[in-house]
Write a protein that binds this ligand. Structure first.
Ligand SMILES: *Cc1c(COP(=O)(O)O)cnc(C)c1O
Length: 340
């Protein structure tokens, strides 16, 4: 019965099921309240709350895993905490101390320990920070009040059932996902800015995602970083503030270097992506999908098959190297796991 119930949860679409408890605290009169753990249920917000009008919200996404023996750990907690602080700063929200944020994430995992699915499933954690001050005249000032909470969602294998299907991407050179200096914020505002382009790509090209390359400069897709891979090299754009500095991206680059690949961080053009994928591989990286192979590109009305259209062997190899560490099957050689 228990197994059936947890299977049902991890069979549900990613992010559609929530764990029972979340850590929560409030910022008010210049300080954070003592964080507590509450049931995952509706929050009370004033209809004039800053986030609802001026989009003062940011979030994180990280995973907790567990062993058969019941131990649990977080993957790269420090990097996610640091990035949330960067996002909070970019959105002029109160910036929580690293210790507060880390403690709230750990408490959320502890409080939902029984809801962590076994690998390849995980407990996906969504720390969220929103401006709650009730003042629709505050367009030009930052919110003096905020909620900080950590939602948790048991998730299965992102590719469950699809056998790790290679993705179909629309290569978009006319539109931007974000602005050149706001791409580093993990914020709903950037998703809102990209949504109509992603929705159109789905509708008109049956694409899974859009690879944003404003003026030909390859940045990332709507929610994942982009890498070119072959038997010898991994190439990706350097971190420059125009796109989200992914923790998975960083982890894959470190593992690739360790496995003997040359790691090259340089600007890439859309034309070069087409040329590369005649012989090499392309992949998307992100916490949810880990490393997902690209099978088809649609560019200027033409369709290009990447390799044989499936997930490339180097992509699989790097993905397995990473999930091996995350699932506790390989040694944690880089110190990426935090026990909870
Ligand atoms: C979260 C996110 C990523 C992936 O970052 P990870 O840290 O690897 O999960 C990439 N792009 C965008 C826009 C994101 O929001």
């Amino acid at each position: 019965m228990v197994a059936a119930a947890s299977e049902a949860i991890t069979d549900a679409p990613f992010g559609s099921v929530f764990a029972d408890r979340m850590a929560l605290c409030e910022f008010r009169e210049g300080q954070w309240s003592q964080p507590g753990v509450v049931r995952t249920e509706a929050l009370s917000l004033h209809p004039g709350a800053h986030v609802l009008h001026y989009a003062s919200g940011c979030f994180e996404g990280l995973k907790a895993f567990r062993s058969d023996g019941g131990e649990a750990w977080l993957f790269r907690l420090d990097r996610h905490v640091a990035r949330m602080r960067t996002s909070a700063e970019l959105l002029c929200l109160p910036v929580p101390e690293p210790e507060l944020l880390a403690a709230m994430i750990r408490r959320t995992v502890e409080s939902n320990r029984d809801e962590i699915p076994p690998p390849p499933g995980a407990l996906y954690l969504r720390p969220t920070l929103i401006g709650t001050q009730a003042n629709i005249g505050a367009a030009a000032t930052s919110s003096t009040e905020a909620f900080l909470y950590v939602l948790a969602s048991p998730v299965g294998d992102y590719f469950r059932g699809s056998g790790m299907r290679a993705l179909r991407l629309l290569v978009e050179v006319d539109h931007m996902r974000s602005t050149p200096d706001f791409g580093a914020a993990k914020t709903g505002a950037n998703y809102a800015a990209a949504l109509r382009h992603v929705a159109r790509a789905r509708r008109e090209h049956d694409a899974d995602q859009v690879l944003f390359c404003p003026g030909g400069d390859v940045q990332e897709t709507g929610a994942s970083n982009f890498l070119l891979i072959d038997d010898h090299e991994v190439v990706t754009k350097p971190v420059d503030g125009s796109y989200l500095d992914g923790v998975t991206r960083d982890s894959v680059l470190r593992l690739a270097a360790d496995l003997g690949y040359r790691v090259t961080e340089r600007d890439i053009t859309a034309d070069e992506v087409i040329a590369w994928t005649r012989r090499g591989e392309a992949a998307l990286s992100g916490t949810a999908a880990v490393l997902a192979g690209v099978g088809t590109l649609v560019f200027r009305g033409q369709e290009y098959t990447v390799g044989d259209g499936g997930v490339g062997r180097n992509t699989r190899r790097l993905r397995e190297a990473l999930t091996g560490i995350q699932h506790g099957a390989s040694p944690d050689r880089f110190g990426w796991l935090t026990p909870v």
